[in-house]
Design a protein around this ligand. Structure first.
Ligand code: 5GP
Length: 193
């Protein structure tokens, strides 16, 4: 069992509706030493890839991406959630359905910050149905930039996102893959990696 799996067993709480609550260390209070270990691990797993930028999505991805970026020595761009209907032409736009809030957000990235020269590592906290990732990938494609890989902290392997993204041929590195979880017992099982 790795360091993140151990932490999930210690401090994660399984909620109804396939939601794993990790707000004491990952996405509300943040354990920066843990983020640092995660960054180190992604650096190892993406060794040799010409990554020059990290892309994430607000809000929970930002802290994780920033700590990871110190291992890659690259800037971080985050896609902003926007309610505005009149998006100006200088933005890349994608629609993302939120798994936790069940609404659709437009996410935007300024055209200033993505170019065809960019080789991008996408980082996010969770992978569930893959909507957030699909949105980020479509923005990268619109910019004619390259997806070098995807680093996820916690993948819920029983939801469809991971398989869909791997079938598209991307190198997806999830540090913990939850195979099953049960809100009534609190039991969490991980996929062997
Ligand atoms: P997806 O777009 O893959 O369906 O969902 C990914 C996004 O939903 C993540 O960025 C994360 O913010 C949120 N999310 C999905 N599942 C969970 C979960 O079990 N717990 C928490 N805390 N967030 C989740």
């Amino acid at each position: 069992m790795n360091f993140l799996e151990e932490r999930i067993l210690k401090d994660g709480i399984v909620k109804e509706g396939n939601v794993l609550k990790v707000d004491s260390f990952l996405n509300h209070q943040m354990d920066i030493s843990l983020f640092n270990e995660m960054g180190k691990e992604w650096k190892k797993r993406f060794e040799g890839k010409p990554i020059n930028k990290i892309l994430t999505i607000e809000a929970s991805g930002i802290g994780i991406a920033c700590v990871a970026a110190q291992h890659f020595n690259v800037p971080v761009v985050f896609a902003k959630k926007s309610k505005s209907i009149n998006i100006e032409g200088d933005m890349y736009v994608a629609e993302v359905e939120s798994f936790t809030h069940k609404n659709v957000n437009q996410v935007i990235v300024s055209k200033k910050f993505l170019s065809p020269d960019d080789h991008i590592l996408i980082i996010d906290d969770f992978l569930a149905n893959g909507c957030a990732l699909q949105g980020l990938i479509s923005i990268i494609h619109d910019a004619n930039a390259t997806v070098e890989g995807i680093g996820i902290a916690i993948e819920k392997g029983f939801q469809v996102g991971g398989r869909a993204i791997r079938n598209l041929g991307y190198q997806l590195e999830s540090l913990a893959i939850v195979e099953s979880m049960d809100a009534s017992t609190g039991h969490v099982e991980f996929r062997q990696q």
